[in-house]
Design a protein around this ligand. Structure first.
Ligand SMILES: Cc1ncc(COP(=O)(O)O)c(C=O)c1O
Length: 474
């Protein structure tokens, strides 16, 4: 008989849990460890030498024994197999890379063929021109250049904007992620009723805040602030659909922002790292009907190989190389350039994969994204209906095939936040049941089948049931 039934007081222990909860958690941790022993062993064996943020992400004392990354061994289609041989339906999809699932034949073939030609870095890539043409055709951007990561693409886009305008300040929005350069690792803090911009993490240079404005996304007041700083602003960078808040899709705001930046000569940068090629072949710009001056891309277009892309109007992109000139006449580069480089830019394997991806996207047309978006919306609706009917304090939202847990109802309700105490247990339960994801959300690919989606829904229902039995959900 439980102490609850005897009406005895349930005093929380040092983990904030009552006896029943603690017993359930102990049992779950044991089951989780038994299923994934080699992942845990690797985390322990290599921690002293491998400095790895994923090794301690989400650490809290109560669940310490299950805080380790699942080590992947194989991946194919919508599935991943870990080092212990467990099979998972994968909703992480390479943080948004794998639009077509893992290891699609057309990318594998392109990479295998390319490997035979050797990895030559130094000579011009024989594929870069063709990839640029395909890229421009699909996105509508005039010119493009390639980096190795999204972070580099954002750094470059900001530099191009500064070079073109001669101004320094960059406006960005809270909740957005633009990679890990100092320039974008800033946030606002309210001190003595004054909102200040401060570094987000120790080690981020405090000098970067002088050039940063951090504003609220979708808030009309933010447009006023931009107007006030218009003569100092080189660019406004936007993550048009924030990964963490796919429910915020402020179309009207973005149209007003476009007009304002155009009038003020401020470069509008869309960070299309997640949205590019995913929600629409033309990304968030086509989705919202807004044309940015520069857009940054990565993930999907690299087909699993590292890539970043900076694309935009020629007047900005010309800062890379001086712009258009011809052989056989007196023409010469006209535009003063800034600096852009990188040993691995236009890497032969990345270019081969990008060519395969872009050609595939071109032949598939927009129905690829439309069908996937619709399937994701149905999937999310199904889950939300279940949560509502069953009184589970969780709500999901999606934009195209990107979905995440979003706050809803009474903001004081702790269960609204995926980060709130014990809500991470759902994530661990899903992993235990064979659904690989990151806390809060995920992405669907064209490789996910109805069977996969039903499997996930079933796993969610079973996880909720178990967590209720354990006293972790109302
Ligand atoms: C919107 C956005 N911008 C930039 C980045 C950084 O890209 P990368 O991790 O390739 O440096 C990411 C990565 O998740 C992203 O989602």
């Amino acid at each position: 008989m439980q102490t609850q039934e005897l009406n005895l007081p349930q005093l929380p222990n040092q983990n904030g849990l009552n006896n029943h909860q603690q017993q359930y958690l102990n049992d779950f941790i044991q089951r989780y460890n038994q299923k994934t022993p080699t992942s845990k062993k690797q985390a322990h064996t290599y921690r002293h030498v491998l400095a790895d943020v994923r090794g301690s992400a989400g650490f809290r004392t109560a669940i310490k024994e299950i805080v380790y990354p699942i080590v992947g061994k194989y991946a194919s289609g919508s599935r991943m197999w870990d080092i212990d041989g467990n099979e998972y339906v994968d909703l992480m999809m390479g943080f948004g890379v794998n639009l077509f699932g893992y290891n699609p034949a057309f990318i594998k073939e392109a990479l295998t063929e390319r490997l035979e030609q050797g990895i030559h870095i130094g000579p011009q890539s024989d594929l870069a021109g063709e990839v640029a043409e395909l890229f421009s055709e699909l996105t509508g951007m005039e010119r493009v250049t390639f980096s190795n990561t999204g972070t580099e693409a954002v750094i470059t886009a900001l530099r191009l904007a500064r070079a073109a305008t001669g101004r320094h300040k960059i406006a960005m929005f809270s909740g957005s992620y633009h990679g890990h350069s100092d320039a974008s690792l800033v946030k606002t803090r309210i001190q003595d009723e004054v909102t200040q911009v401060v570094p987000m993490f120790p080690g981020v240079s405090p000098t970067v805040v002088a050039d940063a404005l951090v504003l609220q996304y979708g808030n009309i007041q933010s447009l006023e602030t931009i107007k006030q700083h218009q003569t100092e602003l080189a660019a406004v960078i936007v993550e048009p659909v924030q990964n963490s808040r796919p429910d915020i899709q402020p179309k009207e705001f973005l149209h007003q922002l476009r007009k304002l930046t155009q009038d003020a000569g401020i470069v509008l940068i869309f960070d299309e790292m997640l949205t590019g090629f995913r929600i629409h072949p033309g990304g968030a710009q086509a989705w919202f009907g807004v044309q940015a001056d520069i857009a940054t891309y990565g993930k999907i277009v690299g087909g699993g190989m590292p890539i970043g892309a900076i694309a935009g109007k020629a007047e900005y992109m010309d800062r890379i190389d001086g712009g258009m000139w011809n052989f056989g006449d007196t023409s010469a580069p006209q535009v003063q350039t800034t600096f852009f480089a990188g040993t691995y830019c236009k890497h032969p394997l990345s270019m081969a994969a990008a060519k395969a991806v872009l050609k595939y996207l071109k032949t598939q047309g927009s129905s690829l994204q439309e069908e996937l978006n619709q399937r994701t919306s149905q999937f999310i609706q199904q889950l939300n209906s279940y949560f509502e009917e069953d009184g589970v304090p969780i709500k999901l939202s999606n934009c195209g095939s990107i979905f995440n847990v979003v706050p809803f109802g009474d903001p004081s309700n702790l269960a609204n936040s995926p980060a709130s105490a014990n809500m991470d247990l759902i994530y661990y339960h899903l992993i235990h049941k064979g659904v690989f994801l990151r806390p809060g959300g995920g992405l669907l690919s064209t490789a996910h089948t109805d069977e996969d989606l039903n499997f996930i829904i079933q796993a969610v229902k079973e996880s909720v049931k178990e967590l209720r039995n354990g006293g972790f959900l109302p």
